[in-house]
Ligand binder design. Structure first.
Ligand code: ADP
Ligand code: MG
Length: 477
């Protein structure tokens, strides 16, 4: 039996589902939990402050309409937001949202808890050190225009955009961008910086790699000018620190960064950080620093899908004034699926080879060049690795893949492992069959066909395949 709140919310979801994309529905509505319904007030629980703001910004009218339709004109919606308190335990608090009827969304009670009054004065400012003297160290080619949007970066990109239009004034502070190598962290972080400069010419933006920050700090220590170092950083309005995983195990650097972080955050200044892994997986990092990272938003960048890879290549070609046949572009996008830097690398080597050989780039040439390229960049992945990854994912024992069991979930794991082995290893069908309890090559072909059919017909299965492919590709990069 579902509670009244649940059944009401389920009705709402049916309407919502028809009005938003599948991806948005999954991202923004599935995680919502209905809590209660009392006196025409529906309370829903959302996982974070950011989540709440996103709903308010993008879906407020849909939510309003839907809830009115289900509950009547005087319906109201309240949010419960799960926040992390200092002990790290999740604790919900309630945000009232009473003004559905007046259309007035500006409710003082929903002011963001993480934004601190920006009028706090900096007691350390050195007279004479003018803000305008700070060189931002930004590359102007890294902007939002050149940053192609896709599912792989949608959240990070829009959060970044929000930050750029209101630095220090959103709940995304710090904004932590994370993702593997070559997936666009530096590009996006710099795009935010460039955009801030465009929007607010009086704001001081600074981009610094964590290595450079560390070296500057060491120099300051040597020369006895740590205070100046700290004061300099405290003048910045938007501080971008790239690749903070390099702070790992550098205790003194972390201390000083903690100090600067606090000062800037308390003064309503914006921090943008990037790392190659989610903050929770950062090792050698002080707990108090990690807990600060959780104050804002962590958004990841993942490997772009095929269509986005094509879009990125086309953008790049356009910017460089190059034209390539469509089949060549597709071939490159299809075969380079590790990261965007590799994708660009492939394009460059294609152009270089073409001019060296004085011939037009056609599919044949592309095939020759990319073949070398792919081999040199990818690590081999083994059939065993694929089997292990698939079995962990579906929670089935790995030995079962080699047995004759015809249980549905095992058959599926077995067939999918074969399919992935065919696509991601250079093994022959015969060798692949051997790894699955000595099955013959026609069984492998049949399995691959079954998997292809399922991908076309079963959305859930397709998602699983995508996730597994991502895992495999990550291990290859
Ligand atoms: P990371 O810092 O994550 O290692 P970079 O930001 O250096 O990655 O990106 C690698 C290359 O890929 C850069 O040349 C960058 O311009 C390009 N790139 C990354 N993401 C995108 C995107 N979404 N659209 C266009 N180019 C991108
Ligand atoms: Mg980078």
């Amino acid at each position: 039996m579902s509670s009244p709140a649940e059944s009401l919310w389920n009705n709402c979801l049916k309407i919502i589902k028809d009005n938003v994309s599948r991806q948005s529905y999954k991202t923004w509505f599935e995680p919502i939990e209905p809590v209660s319904i009392e006196d025409k007030v529906l309370t829903i629980q959302v996982p974070s402050q950011f989540f709440y703001e996103w709903l308010e910004e993008h879906y407020v009218s849909l939510l309003r309409k839907t809830i009115k339709r289900e509950l009547g004109e005087d319906a109201r919606l309240e949010y419960k937001i799960v926040v992390e308190n200092s002990t790290g335990q999740a604790k919900p608090f309630t945000v009232n949202y009473p003004n559905y009827n007046t259309g007035n969304n500006k409710n003082p009670e929903v002011s963001m808890p993480l934004v601190v009054n920006s009028s706090i004065k900096n007691p350390f400012v050195i007279p004479g050190l003018k803000k305008v003297n700070v060189e931002s160290q930004l590359n102007s080619n890294y902007n939002f225009d050149s940053f192609v949007e896709g599912d792989c970066n949608r959240l990070a990109r829009s959060a970044g955009y929000a930050v750029a239009s209101k630095p220090g004034g959103t709940a995304f502070n710090p904004l932590v961008i994370y993702g593997g190598v070559g997936l666009g962290k530096t590009h996006l972080a710099q795009a935010i910086g460039n955009q801030v400069k465009q929007n607010f010419s009086n704001k001081t933006v600074l981009y610094v790699s964590s290595e450079k920050f560390t070296n500057q700090f060491i120099d300051a220590l040597k020369n006895n000018v740590v205070n100046d170092f700290v004061h300099f950083y405290q003048l910045i309005d938007v501080l971008i620190v790239d690749d903070i995983q390099f702070f790992a195990n550098k205790d003194k650097t972390q201390d000083i960064f903690f100090h600067i972080f606090n000062h800037l955050h308390q003064s309503g200044k914006q921090l943008i950080l990037s790392t190659d892994r989610p903050p929770r997986d950062l090792e050698g990092m002080e707990e108090r620093l990690l807990s600060r990272f959780k104050w804002g938003l962590s958004a990841d960048l993942t490997i772009p899908d095929f269509e986005t890879r094509i879009a990125i290549l086309e953008k790049k070609m356009y910017a460089d004034g190059i034209e390539l046949p469509r089949d060549v572009v597709e071939f490159v996008a299809y075969n380079i699926n590790t990261n965007i830097r590799e994708l660009e690398g492939a394009l460059i080597s294609l152009l270089a080879q073409a001019s060296l050989n004085k011939r037009e780039i056609d599919l044949d040439l592309a095939k020759k060049i990319i073949k070398n390229f792919v081999r040199s960049i990818s690590h081999e992945v083994s059939i065993e690795f694929i089997q292990k990854t698939v079995c962990e994912y579906f929670e089935v024992p790995i030995d079962k893949l080699k047995e004759k069991t015809r249980k549905r979930n095992i058959v599926q794991a077995r067939q999918l492992s074969m399919y992935l082995a065919k696509n991601y290893t250079k093994n022959s069908l015969k060798v692949i069959g051997k790894h699955f309890g000595g099955r013959d090559h026609s069984t492998v072909i049949h399995s691959c066909q079954m998997v292809k059919n399922l991908i076309d017909t079963d959305e859930g299965f397709k998602e699983s395949v995508k996730e597994l492919e991502k895992k495999i590709q990550l291990s290859m990069s």
